[in-house]
Ligand binder design. Structure first.
Ligand code: PMP
Length: 371
């Protein structure tokens, strides 16, 4: 139906026959499919958001601060917490890190340019590339889902990309990329031509490893992208940001829509940043629950990919129907997980302890029925 309607429209050729990104949004008791934070924002923060948004509402007759300076300053202070100092001029914010990625592809990609990432990885990198008429080439990963530096360097030499995406921790596999690999890929890319290397750290607050932010030092074409959707429990807010050389921040302003970040968004994000310590406390609980999921799934006999994120990839489902049949079995029992299309694997986001227990009960049953 939709396809027929779309077929009648004069779409750009590269969009013909394509489907929009869409994780199912199903109304089931336990939703563990989009790597959201399961904890609602605490009451004190909700009250502070109401207060700050109330203040912002008085000025809604005016356009918001186009450069979001107060927010970028607060984000820079947040990024500087671990000792590597990031300035306001190095930070840029947009409506979700998806928009940050789109702006980067609009500036550094586009017709005649090529982007690459090491798949399986975050599918939106390739989809946003397509949306900006940037060619996309998939780079290799090992069978254990880590990046094989030598093979990746060879792929960069072959494809000569203009933009490289490195997702750490990676989605959907959960694996973090070590700093030596990022340095090697950055250098290999620059050896061919000036190349923007984007480290997507959407999940870094959940990692056992440190952020790769300090690598910005001396690497003017490195970009680290972050989001408030995961660790800050604010997926509904739509606030993503990047840290990079100030010249990159100047560059994205060539394509950003004027006043792209609403006054309501800026006020809400600022309120959330005031409550950073509380929100990072939830992150600690989620990390412990993530580790419990890894331990229990492993004990059940699943092949579990080590995780530095707020989700866990598990399998191997090689019976009839593969991973999709297992996904349906789990859904039929009230738990929604994600089938990312990685053969034989599913991904489960870390929920509350009760949600994780519900999930583990279901997969225990699945294991029993199929062994
Ligand atoms: N990067 C990665 C690796 C992600 O998994 C996601 C969301 N699932 C995003 C970026 C986008 O997040 P948002 O637009 O909500 O900031």
């Amino acid at each position: 139906m939709t396809t027929n309607r779309l077929d009648a429209l004069p779409l750009r050729p590269e969009l013909r026959g394509k489907s929009p990104y869409g994780a199912p949004q199903l109304d089931v008791p336990v939703r563990l499919n989009t790597n959201e934070n399961p904890y609602p924002l605490p009451d004190a923060l909700v009250a502070r958001i109401a207060e700050r948004v109330g203040e912002a509402a008085r000025d809604l007759n005016r356009y918001p601060d186009r450069d979001a300076v107060e927010l970028r300053t607060a984000l820079a202070a947040y990024l500087s917490r671990d000792g590597f100092e990031v300035t306001t001029e190095q930070v840029w914010a947009a409506n979700g890190s998806n928009e940050v990625i789109q702006q980067l592809l609009q500036v550094f990609g586009g017709p005649g340019r090529l982007a690459t990432g090491f798949e399986p990885s975050y599918s939106m990198h390739g989809l946003i590339a397509r949306g900006t008429s940037t060619e996309w080439v998939s780079g290799p990963r090992r069978a254990d889902f880590t990046i094989d530096t030598e093979a990746a360097v060879a792929a960069l030499a072959t494809h000569r990309p203009d933009i490289v995406f490195i997702t750490s921790p990676n989605n959907p596999t959960g694996t973090a990329v070590d700093r030596e690999t990022v340095i090697a890929l950055y250098e290999a890319a620059q050896a061919v031509k000036p190349t923007v290397v984007v480290v997507d750290e959407a999940y870094v607050e959940f990692s056992h490893a440190d952020s790769l932010l300090p690598l910005l030092d001396g690497r003017p074409l490195l970009v680290v992208s972050r989001t408030m959707s995961k660790a800050f429990g604010a997926a509904g807010l739509r606030l993503g940001y990047l840290a990079a050389d100030p010249a990159v921040v100047d560059a994205v302003q060539l394509v950003r829509l004027p006043y792209h970040l609403s006054a309501v968004t800026q006020a809400t994000a600022l309120a959330a940043l005031e409550h950073t310590d509380t929100l990072l406390g939830y992150v600690e609980q989620l990390k412990a629950e993530r580790d419990r999921l890894v331990t229990e799934l492993t004990a059940l006999g699943f092949d579990v990919t080590p995780s530095d994120a707020n989700f866990v990839q598990f399998g191997v489902f090689d019976g009839p129907g593969g991973a999709h049949a297992a996904w349906q079995y789990i859904l039929d029992r009230g738990v929604l997980v994600r089938d990312n299309g990685v053969p034989g694997r599913l991904r489960v986001s870390t929920g509350t302890p009760a949600e994780n227990d519900a999930f583990l009960d279901v997969v225990r049953g699945l294991k029993k029925e199929h062994s």
